[in-house]
Design a protein around this ligand. Structure first.
Ligand SMILES: [Ca+2]
Length: 145
């Protein structure tokens, strides 16, 4: 009986080990998938990367609203998906009429920095700092307080 229990434990631990190696071998860290789609809608408002020069895992911000204009609401992201807080190192804001404001804190609060077009490296002091984002008509200021 004891012998049987031992072998059952061995088999169970072998299965656990292979499962562990299986997941870590095929994906990146479990909390950071390579591509994360965030927000509803079909329109891409921004993309952010884990590393500078658009490297590593990336996060796509989707929106129900197409582009930016003085008459359309801005694209607001009050927080980032799990694993992305204080992690962004490069960004792209598509559309010449769109401008981005990246904030230090959630709910578009605290210090902010402007991010327009292609940003292969975040502005000085902003690497691994962004916690929320607003993309809006490039000539407007954000609505955050
Ligand atoms: Ca932050």
């Amino acid at each position: 009986m004891l012998k049987r229990l031992r072998s059952a434990t061995l088999i169970a631990s072998a299965i656990c080990t292979s499962l562990l190696f299986g997941t870590t071998g095929t994906a990146q860290a479990a909390d950071t998938p390579l591509i994360t789609r965030f927000g509803s809608g079909d329109f891409l408002a921004a993309t952010a990367w884990e590393h500078s020069n658009y490297g590593g895992a990336y996060l796509q911000f989707f929106s129900d609203i197409n582009g930016c204009s003085p008459t359309t609401p801005s694209h607001k992201y009050d927080q980032l998906p799990q694993g992305w807080n204080d992690k962004i190192s490069s960004m792209r804001i598509p559309g010449s009429l769109c401008g981005g404001y990246a904030f230090d804190h959630i709910k578009r609060y605290g210090p902010m920095t402007r991010v327009d077009g292609n940003i292969p490296a975040m502005p000085a002091g902003w690497n691994d700092r962004v916690s929320s984002l607003e993309v809006l008509y490039a000539w407007w200021w954000p609505t955050a307080t």
